[in-house]
Each structure stands twice: as structure tokens, then as C-alpha cells.
Design a protein around this ligand. Structure first.
Ligand SMILES: [Zn+2]
Length: 354
């Protein structure tokens, strides 16, 4: 018996060593696995990237909204270790740093751990003169026992069948989603083909308040799940929050580089012979307008009586001069690279002659 026990004791250090390998060092390093973007590893790559994309940021303003904060600290993550409000702020501040570096202008809904009302966030964004609104969040599973669910998703407001839907928001969401998910090495979940979702998926017919109330192109990112054991370990690492921000920044770079068509009112000319008004708009983009994407709405109803001339980029809408009163024209159009124009609404007032 003694001899047998001795043999066991002899193997004990070896068994402990195997345990450390399996459940200690190797195990935890797998649980916090992430990859550094190539621009983090090679400074010259970062300089190269900024040289290419900076021209698209200069003169543009971005409104960054780190979700929650202050008294709103409900999502505390796996074992209370990954507080969403704090992680959102870290990602947002790093994103501000990258946009600043590229020459863009940034305004934020909060730069500290403060409480900001949801309605105030979009109201401030709307008067900030910003071109793009990005709300930064991290997700949480509704099931207390679910420590596994984890994916990256990006939301835009409404669905394409709705009048209020702005396809430019889905374009922006697609670019941010792809580069953010890639940077985090996450998938986009199985609820959507490309990881972008309408906010009606969460609140049918309403969507997220910050997106619904925003008058500028807006998206909301749910970078990862704080309630995932795996993700929570990465989210508390500062370097990882910078990787997330870099992913969003890369998405913005690629989105802006594909150009955004510009729509401008030119004139409204009455034609007494036909009793119509010809209302013309310039649709301009360096890569050209995709004629098939043009859609006109007047007073929120689809309107078909128009012509677009790709040679001079002039869109002419023919409208009955007898429809007196104020009308709202909405125009949708994308360039050949697939980027839609920013929300465009134009008020006309048809006067009664004589
Ligand atoms: Zn949130």
C-alpha cells in the first residue's frame, strides 16, 4: 500500500502541470482570444490608410453617442464584470480619436459617465450640424442563464416598405457592420444575412428612439454581448475596445470612399400649355447615378411622373399646377457604387394663379 501511494505522489506534480495547461494558461488565453488589426501591428499601414481615407473625413462631422451611462448602468454583463455603459464610452472615445486623426470633426452625447436622456441624444445630434450619427451599444441576452449568445449587429431605422425608411442608413450600417464584426472576429448572427437589422425587429413599428428621432443618417451598433462569458472577458480589455472602435472607423472609411450622391433643387417652371409645373433637381455623384434606384414621393405617396437625364444629371418632376398648396417631395437615389443620397426632402408651394 505504501509503495502504491508513493507512486501516486511521484506523479502528482505531473498531474498538476497537466491541469494548469488544460484549465489555466491555455484555457484562459483561448477565452480572451482576439487579433490585432494589421494597422495596429504595422504603423506604416496605419499611415497609408489615413493617407487614402483622410480626404473623405475632412469637413465632415460625426455625432457619437455612447449608450447609457450615469444612473443607467443596468447591463452589467457576465458575473457583473462587463458594464455596458463604461465599455460603450471606451469604444466611443477611441472612435473619436481615430476620426480626429483622420481630420473629421466629432461631437459626443457624453464624454464621461453621465446620464443623458434618450430624447436629448437625438435632439442634440439634430442641431449639431453633424453628417452622421453613430450610437454605440453592447448587447445582453434576455435569458439570465444564457452565457453563450454572442454576435455583432448593426441597426438602421424602419423597413424598406416604409416611407420613413432611408436606404443610406442601411448602406452605412452594412459597412460598419462588416468591418466591426471582422475586427472583433464575430459573426453577425443568423437573424440577418449580413448582420444588419431593422430596428423594427426589436420594437415593431417604432424602432429605437435615437434612430427614430434622428434627422441625420443614423445607425446603432450592438458590438457584442456583455452577458457572454467569452465576450465579457475581451470587453474589459482596453486594447480590445480600441479594436472595436477601429472596426467602426474602417467601416466609415470604406463607406465614405464610395461617395454619397448630392441632390439639389434647381428650379420650378410652369408650363401653361400642359398646366404643369416642371420641378427640377440636380442629382450628382462622381461615380454616376444608378437610374434604376431613383424613387420620388410626393406627400409620402410614390410618384411616377418624372424623367432623369443621365447626361446633365437633371431630374425633372412633372406636377399638376392645379394641386394648390404645400407639398413635400422626397427623393431617393443611389450612385453606381450602391451608396444612397442622404435624406432629401423639399417643400414646394403651388400657388393659385389669378
Ligand atoms: Zn445598450
Amino acid at each position: 500500500m505504501d509503495r502504491l501511494l508513493f507512486q501516486h505522489i511521484r506523479y502528482f506534480p505531473f498531474i498538476v502541470f497537466i491541469f494548469i495547461i488544460l484549465f489555466g494558461g491555455c484555457g484562459s488565453s483561448l477565452n480572451t482570444y482576439y487579433e490585432l488589426p494589421v494597422e495596429f501591428r504595422f504603423p506604416e499601414k496605419r499611415i497609408e490608410l489615413l493617407k487614402i481615407y483622410s480626404p473623405y473625413f475632412i469637413g465632415k462631422k460625426f455625432f457619437i453617442d455612447p449608450g447609457h451611462g450615469g444612473i443607467d448602468r443596468n447591463n452589467i454583463g457576465y458575473l457583473g464584470k462587463a458594464v455596458e455603459a463604461d465599455i460603450n464610452l471606451k469604444v466611443a472615445l477611441a472612435l473619436k480619436m481615430y476620426i480626429d486623426e483622420a481630420g473629421g470633426i466629432v461631437e459626443m452625447s457624453r464624454e464621461k459617465d453621465t446620464s443623458v436622456d434618450l430624447k436629448v441624444r437625438s435632439a442634440v445630434a439634430n442641431i449639431s450640424g453633424s453628417d452622421i450619427f453613430i450610437s454605440i451599444h453592447h448587447n445582453a441576452s434576455g435569458d439570465k442563464n444564457d452565457t453563450w449568445t454572442n454576435y455583432t449587429s448593426t441597426y438602421y431605422h424602419a423597413k424598406d416598405s416604409d416611407y420613413v425608411f432611408e436606404p443610406c442608413q442601411r448602406d452605412l450600417a452594412k459597412y460598419i457592420q462588416r468591418d466591426l464584426a471582422y475586427a472583433m472576429r464575430n459573426s453577425g448572427g443568423i437573424g440577418s444575412f449580413d448582420g444588419t437589422y431593422s430596428d423594427y425587429n426589436i420594437y415593431p413599428g417604432q424602432g429605437f428612439s435615437v434612430l427614430r428621432l434622428s434627422k441625420i443618417p443614423a445607425v446603432l451598433v450592438e458590438c457584442g454581448y456583455t452577458t457572454s462569458e467569452f465576450e465579457s472577458r475581451r470587453l474589459v480589455i482596453d486594447e480590445f475596445t480600441r479594436i472595436e472602435a477601429w472596426g467602426i472607423f474602417r467601416g466609415l472609411c470604406r463607406y465614405l470612399a464610395n461617395g454619397i450622391p448630392k441632390i439639389q433643387f434647381i428650379e420650378s417652371v410652369p408650363n401653361n400649355a400642359t398646366n404643369e409645373l416642371t420641378i427640377s433637381f440636380g442629382l450628382n455623384d462622381s461615380s454616376g447615378i444608378n437610374t434604376n434606384t431613383i424613387k420620388i414621393f410626393i406627400d409620402s405617396v410614390s410618384y411616377k411622373s418624372y424623367k432623369f437625364n443621365p447626361k446633365d444629371n437633371i431630374l425633372s418632376i412633372h406636377y399638376p399646377a392645379s394641386n394648390y398648396g404645400r407639398h413635400i417631395i422626397k427623393i431617393l437615389a443611389s450612385n453606381v457604387k450602391g451608396n444612397y443620397a442622404f435624406p432629401f426632402y423639399y417643400n414646394i408651394f403651388v400657388e393659385k394663379n389669378g
